[in-house]
Design a binder for this molecule. Structure first.
Ligand code: ZN
Length: 228
């Protein structure tokens, strides 16, 4: 059926390892992918260039980068330059948590989906190797899915939105194995919370550590460039 190849999805793509893998997986599932990124005032802006390259490489139909300056709110090491990115594991929710970020991002993804007639949203949240962020939990995603169907004209008119989280129960190593299988070039992705202008990682933040041990566990040589 031609119907199948017409299915559209909005995929949140940050330029990092996880969301890039999600884009590759959504494409493999036959979706025409509309990639969405946010210029939210993050420290690691080089990841937005990475998102652009990955969207292109993975054949996204369109890639939008929407400005939404969360520095106005602050409250995170990623959006407030006076809060340092931690270089050691801490207990509890780390200061790299960005207040309500995934709720905001999914809401905008939903808005775009409604405009282009898509009912499928993809987000790279992960409940295994995550950093304790509340907006990465499956309960939150289920709740958002309900909200999506209540909040939209498309939902009221009978459309059913689904939020896909293909990484939710995968380890970092398993995520990397998926991406490699799908031909994703991880050297293009940027995960570091404080990457330099060339997109090289610090090697010591939570995100760098998870990424590095993911490649080790997957027994795949790590193409990540580090400055640290
Ligand atoms: Zn780092």
């Amino acid at each position: 059926m031609s119907q199948v190849s017409e299915k559209r999805a909005v995929v949140l793509v940050s330029g990092g390892l996880d969301s890039s893998t999600v884009l590759a997986m959504a494409k493999e599932q036959g979706y025409r992918c509309y990639a969405l990124s946010f210029d939210y005032g993050q420290r690691h802006k080089v990841e937005l260039q990475a998102a652009d390259r990955i969207a292109q490489q993975m054949g996204a139909i369109e890639h939008k980068t929407v400005p939404i300056d969360l520095r106005e709110i602050g409250g995170s090491a990623l959006t407030d330059s006076t809060i340092d990115v931690p270089e050691e594991m801490v207990s509890g929710i780390p200061v790299t948590y960005v207040p309500a970020r995934n709720l905001l991002f999914l809401s905008l993804a939903l808005g775009w989906a409604e405009v282009i007639g898509a009912y499928d949203l993809f987000i790279g949240v992960n409940a295994v190797d995550y950093s304790g962020y509340p907006d990465c939990r499956p309960e939150f995603i289920e709740s958002f899915e309900k909200t999506a169907n209540l909040a939209t004209k498309a939902g009221v008119e009978g459309g059913v939105f689904a939020v896909h989280t293909p990484l939710i129960s995968l380890s970092k190593a398993e995520i990397i194995q998926q991406g490699v299988r799908l031909g994703l070039d991880y050297s293009m992705t940027v995960s570091c919370y404080q990457a330099d202008q060339q997109g090289r990682g610090c090697g010591v933040c939570d995100s760098c550590r998870l990424r590095r041990s993911g490649f080790e566990d997957a027994k795949i040589s790590d193409p990540t460039r580090y400055f640290g």
